[in-house]
Design a protein around this ligand. Structure first.
Ligand SMILES: Cc1cc2nc3c(=O)[nH]c(=O)nc-3n(C[C@H](O)[C@H](O)[C@H](O)COP(=O)(O)OP(=O)(O)OC[C@H]3O[C@@H](n4cnc5c(N)ncnc54)[C@H](O)[C@@H]3O)c2cc1C
Length: 553
């Protein structure tokens, strides 16, 4: 077996047209994503085309029994925060050759998974169209990673998540063949099952699973506006509509069910006008009530970031040069500094960004004014911003870049995403938030808070000296307490960042063993030999995860 593993690069090199790299530099680069973990691959493959992907899958499938440690980890931009884009065997990087947009119209876009969202959006905007569920990492991530994580972002409050925008996928299953996955009527499903073969058998088994346990599976769907925890079993089969849609199972599966080679997105028209109300809160006492009040007016987005982020943004001002260029930076400096001086007199604890979009500027302005008068009762400083692009973009950039600033600029501590993506129905936030804060303070975590307020989706990123044993020892008890609290209020452990190495082991706490059993059945149907990303989601193990906490920074 050792012989085989030593020879892996050579064997893969013979097999594929794309590059195969096992240099220390590349293995080191691919051993990290944006999570707490590190797993160093033996080899990194850059498939040139679908045939390359198929060949590698067939190679792994046929050698797995004799070499149980061999497996494939799909990787796109590697910005995953849960530890799902790293592995110790073969990492397959889609960014080098699978990075083209194939076709775009006003209604849909056909694109390869390794294309960066920052390159994709300009293509759709040519048709005044948008895939609106882009994450805050929009400048860093790819569309494939967005699909595999079921990403969400600032506009998810109004438009939903990536799951709602996938028309069709091409996926390489564990037998090494490519299949088109799209919604099917019951008659089409029956035909596929009757056709038999590998594909027919997969459809037969999954239909049996979701139909047999229909009510239990539907009841397990978390009652939150966004969820990336577990597999979306509840969305696959809709008896009332008679639609069986396997894309719903593959979106959010983090490369554990198959490899995505092609994506067809539904697009929506971009609304031409937008306006933002920026609110500065000196304390968080009324936060829950404020959120509930804002939601009655159905904003397009409702985002926030805290005083740590604001201070960091001001301190590390030149950082924004990378996004804005020198000209943009100067503009930002001129615009931000007067605001910052006013603000810092009474340092706001939290900044809220409430955005409305519409067909006319008058409509948007009226909505912003209406919101401002609604919020007067909470006695916070509020600034009206009529034109979001021209006036509030500095705040948007701070929000989008908040996690990145922490990752890159705080030198003596490290970002530790482990309670980074919880979601609680907003109605419970007045009770939930003080209890959450109590846990954070009791464990002496220095944590920044930013996120998607309107969804009750909070990104809490402690800064820790994670190399110290005493700090690592906090992870398990804090997760246990915070998860218990989230579950008590009917929330979800992850709204968008997904399970990976960090939350996979906690799925049973959230869903119970019966439901996790159904998740495991789905994984086994697709991937009986565990060749795709075996250490995450339902096949994860807390001890394994903890033994791979990052040591190199
Ligand atoms: C600064 C920052 C801010 C972030 N903000 C958000 C946010 O607002 N919302 C949000 O949802 N996430 C956020 N994230 C997390 C992450 O950026 C997103 O989930 C993103 O969509 C991941 O894309 P990626 O290209 O980096 O994927 P990767 O990290 O490369 O991979 C993510 C997952 O997709 C799988 N995968 C990749 N390609 C394929 C493929 N071709 N086939 C099958 N599986 C595949 C990988 O195995 C892995 O499980 C943030 C991360 C950072 C660093």
């Amino acid at each position: 077996m050792l012989m085989f593993m030593n020879d892996l690069r050579a064997k893969l090199h013979e097999l594929v047209n794309g590059e195969v790299d096992d240099t220390d530099e590349i293995r080191e680069l691919c051993s990290h994503d944006a999570s707490l973990f590190e797993l160093k691959p033996q080899v990194v493959v850059y498939p040139n085309d679908n045939e390359d992907v198929k060949k590698v899958v067939q190679f792994v499938a046929s050698n797995k029994k004799a070499n149980p440690d061999i497996y494939i980890t799909a990787r796109s931009a590697g910005t995953d925060m849960s530890g799902a884009a790293i592995g110790e065997s073969i990492t397959m990087d889609f960014t080098k050759h699978f990075n083209k947009v194939l076709e775009v119209s006003a209604n849909e876009a056909h694109v390869q998974p390794g294309m960066f969202y920052r390159n994709f959006e300009p293509e759709t905007l040519k048709y005044n169209a948008l895939m609106p569920s882009f994450p805050a990492s929009r400048e860093l991530c790819t569309v494939g990673g967005m699909v595999a994580n079921n990403a969400g972002g600032e506009m998810s409050l109004r438009y939903g998540k990536v799951l709602d925008y996938v028309n069709e996928l091409k996926v390489i299953f564990a037998d090494g063949n490519e299949y088109t996955v799209k919604p099917l009527t019951k008659a089409e499903l029956d035909k596929k099952i009757a056709g038999g073969g590998y594909e027919g058998e997969i459809y037969r088994q999954i239909f049996e699973l979701v139909d047999k346990h229909y009510d239990k599976i539907k009841a397990a769907k978390p009652h939150v506006s966004k969820n990336s925890t577990g597999y979306n079993l509840w969305d696959i089969w809709d008896r009332e509509k008679g639609i069986f849609d396997l894309t719903k199972g593959i979106v959010g599966s983090q490369g554990t069910l198959g490899l995505i080679t092609d994506i067809n997105f539904r697009l929506i028209p971009k609304e031409p006008f937008s306006g933002v109300l920026v609110c500065f809160m000196k304390n968080m006492d009324n936060l829950g009530d404020i959120i509930n009040a804002v939601l009655t007016k159905h904003p397009t987005s409702f985002e926030s970031f805290d005083n740590y982020t604001l201070n960091l943004s001001i301190k590390f001002f030149p950082y924004f040069r990378y996004n804005l260029g020198w000209g943009g930076l100067t503009k930002l400096a001129i615009k931000l500094i007067p605001d910052a001086l006013i603000l810092l007199k009474g340092i706001p604890k939290l900044i809220l960004l409430i955005e409305f979009t519409g067909q006319t500027q008058e409509d948007v302005t009226a909505k912003v004014k209406d919101m401002k008068s609604l919020l007067k009762q909470f006695k916070m400083e509020a600034m009206e911003e009529d034109d979001s692009e021209a006036k509030s973009w500095k705040f948007r950039i701070m929000r989008r870049e908040s996690f990145n600033l922490l990752r890159k600029k705080v030198k003596d501590k490290h970002t530790a995403p482990f309670i980074d993506d919880l979601v609680v129905p907003p109605v419970y936030l007045p009770k939930f938030l003080p209890q959450l804060r109590e846990i954070i303070n009791r464990y002496k975590l220095m944590a920044t808070v930013a996120g998607h307020m309107g969804d009750g989706n909070f990104h809490i990123i402690p800064l820790m000296k994670i190399e110290q044993e005493s700090e690592r020892a906090k992870l398990e008890p804090v997760m246990k307490e915070v998860n218990d609290l989230v579950i008590k209020y009917g929330g979800s452990l992850s709204g968008e960042h997904n399970d990976g190495l960090i939350r996979g082991p906690w799925l049973e706490q959230m869903y119970g063993s019966e439901m996790v059993g159904y998740f495991k059945e789905l994984k086994t149907i697709f991937d009986p030999d565990n060749i795709f990303n075996p250490h995450i989601k339902v096949t994860s193990d807390w001890k394994f995860s903890m033994s791979h906490i990052r040591e190199h920074f």
